[in-house]
Design a protein around this ligand. Structure first.
Ligand code: 2P0
Length: 326
């Protein structure tokens, strides 16, 4: 099935009222059980379910209006880089009626493309804004499927707190959507350690495809991810922080292992990434309840509880602490 057919199928359910403009915010999300590998690249259907935590007020705010004779895409107040605009316009193509154009103004409160999941908050904010502008009146489940087509991880950015993205089984992707879940964890903290905010050389889409096609270790990934997904759900329900942290960190390391075994090899880490990881391990040996996760980039996201905040701050003075359930 083509992307356009999938969208058309969903659009048959639209029944809202259009507006002159649409505006929305969506949070960035950090996967604790990662999405890595597609069973269908056209529809962004994953080989495993994933689970994430959203970052509260860190994310993307987007305003969409109609434009006269061409799309205008703006990022943080300036004309967006060509690759960024092209990706947004290609996505808008899925929804245009005739010669219809859009102005998209998007502001990020997180570095773009530094592995801080800004394509996730970007596409999630865009579909929410389009829902208002074009009057679809969709549910969050339906919006998550639209966001998924833009970028897989965007499906999870429709929600605050914890979210799961069900991989689904159907070939048409109609059962591959995300949803929030009711558990919260007030004491949970995410600490962002930025190593670099440079644009990455190999994007996630290419990275995933290369890993799936060439990495011997990838065969083991879907089963491990399913296992980690189940353990994280159990750890969250029981508020078992050591189990939660260990599972998330191990899941991230396993994902990176699959990439390193790809050809050409794929390593998103920089020397400073590795030294920060070693500092975390050393602090943990010293009794600090501290774990990390990492996405397709060099930055670390620390996982800890409020009670460890002072110790974490002392160890990493540059850490940006996020309270996901504030
Ligand atoms: C995640 N990542 O679960 C994983 C962990 C990166 C590492 O989802 O090809 O930008 O647009 O569907 O969503 C990044 O992948 O990829 C990502 P596409 P996306 O957050």
């Amino acid at each position: 099935m083509k992307r356009q057919e999938f969208i058309n199928q969903l659009m048959e359910r639209a029944n809202g009222t259009p507006c002159e403009r649409g505006e929305a915010f969506a949070p960035a999300n950090i996967a604790l059980c990662k999405y890595w590998g597609k069973r269908n690249a056209e529809l962004n259907l994953p080989v495993n379910s994933s689970l994430s935590i959203s970052l509260g007020s860190l994310g993307t705010r987007t305003v969409v209006r109609y434009a006269e004779c061409a799309d205008g895409v703006f990022l943080n107040g300036e004309a967006a880089p060509r690759a960024f605009s092209a990706r947004v316009s290609a996505y808008l193509d899925l929804f245009r009626r005739g010669r219809q154009f859009f102005e998209v103004r998007t502001e990020n409160t997180i570095p773009t493309a530094a592995g801080l999941a800004s394509s996730a908050s970007g596409f999630a904010a865009l579909v929410k804004a389009l829902d208002e502008l074009l009057g679809w009146g969709f549910s969050l489940c339906e919006l998550s499927m639209l966001a998924r087509v833009g970028s897989g991880s965007a499906s999870r950015s429709l929600f605050d707190g914890f979210a799961v993205w069900h991989m689904g089984q159907r070939a048409d992707g109609m059962d591959s959507f995300a949803e929030g879940f009711s558990e919260d964890w007030k004491e949970l903290r995410v600490g962002i350690l930025e190593v670099s905010n440079a644009w990455k050389k190999v994007g996630s889409t290419e990275g995933m495809n290369r890993t799936r096609e060439t990495s011997e270790l990838f065969e083991a990934w879907p089963a491990q991810a399913q296992c980690d997904y189940d353990e994280l759900r159990t750890a969250i329900a029981a508020k078992d922080f050591p189990m939660f942290g260990k599972t998330a960190e191990n899941n991230a390391m396993a994902m990176h292992a699959t990439m390193m075994a790809a050809w050409p090899p794929l390593c998103y880490w920089l020397p400073q990434t590795v030294s920060l990881m070693q500092e975390v391990w050393c602090a943990r040996e010293g009794g600090l309840d501290l774990y990390f996760t990492m996405d397709a980039g060099p930055n670390l996201k620390l996982l800890f509880l409020e009670e460890s905040r002072a110790a974490v701050k002392a160890l990493f003075p540059m850490v940006q602490v996020v309270e996901p359930f504030a």
